[in-house]
Design a protein around this ligand. Sequence first.
Ligand SMILES: O=C(O)[C@H](O)[C@@H](O)[C@H](O)[C@H](O)COP(=O)(O)O
Length: 258
Amino acid sequence: MAETANPEKGNRKVEVFDTEEDLAVSLAKYTADLSDKICQERGAFTVVLSGGSLINSLRKLVEPPYVDSIEWGKWHVFWVDERVVPKDHEDSNYKLAYDGFLSKVPIVPGNVYAINDALSAEGAADDYETCLKHLVKNGIIALSSVSGYPKFDLMLLGMGPDGHLASLFPGHPLVNEKEKWVTFIKDSPKPPPERITFTFPVINSSAYNAMVIAGAAEATAVHLALGDAKNSDKLPVELLSAEGELKFFLDKAAASKL
Ligand SMILES: O=C(O)[C@H](O)[C@@H](O)[C@H](O)[C@H](O)COP(=O)(O)O
């Protein structure tokens, strides 16, 4: 059973699950409930995926009851970061999501916004930002009246053991990018080195952000993000917020240092 840990603050919620399996069950229900609510409110549901272990944690969404009940035709799918490799490359976050999730549900292919893999990192980031601007203009993506940045309905995020999220790494100047919606990195410490990534203002303007973390390797960064430690050099995960709700889904191992 899930239990609520202490470090809840403002609109930040934290839930700790006995196992990653329990976490996956709860994440599917959370996503499906938000899909129902937001499809009704806006007629579209903009969902942002990350790479890494997140896609495996979404596995319950492609099973009954959700596979049949979700209004997949109203989903619009984006990536919070993407490796600059061909879409059929083993390192591609698009391929990871397509193989493990998107190919198993009836999302409209035209509503899946992969990067243009024929472009350089810089070109792909500009192209993705142009695509987002177009979708804001035609009302598919909302615009935050608070920040002026695009306001996605739900971002499903993962975190690395170093506390990075998206391709925003500790100590890297991209963490402070405020102008761009989408930018690029050519020296990512996590391979492959060339990626594009949403910037913090966009990530933090999201209506709902779910940060999904399982495993002991992330426990120290989880402790820094949610514990009482007062470290001066903040990890990217410590800079994460959301306009509506930020929810941490943790398994016991990830929460072991809280
Ligand atoms: O392309 C990537 O590297 C991912 O999109 C990245 O942002 C990921 O979410 C974190 O690195 C966590 O990855 P794990 O969940 O596998 O630790």
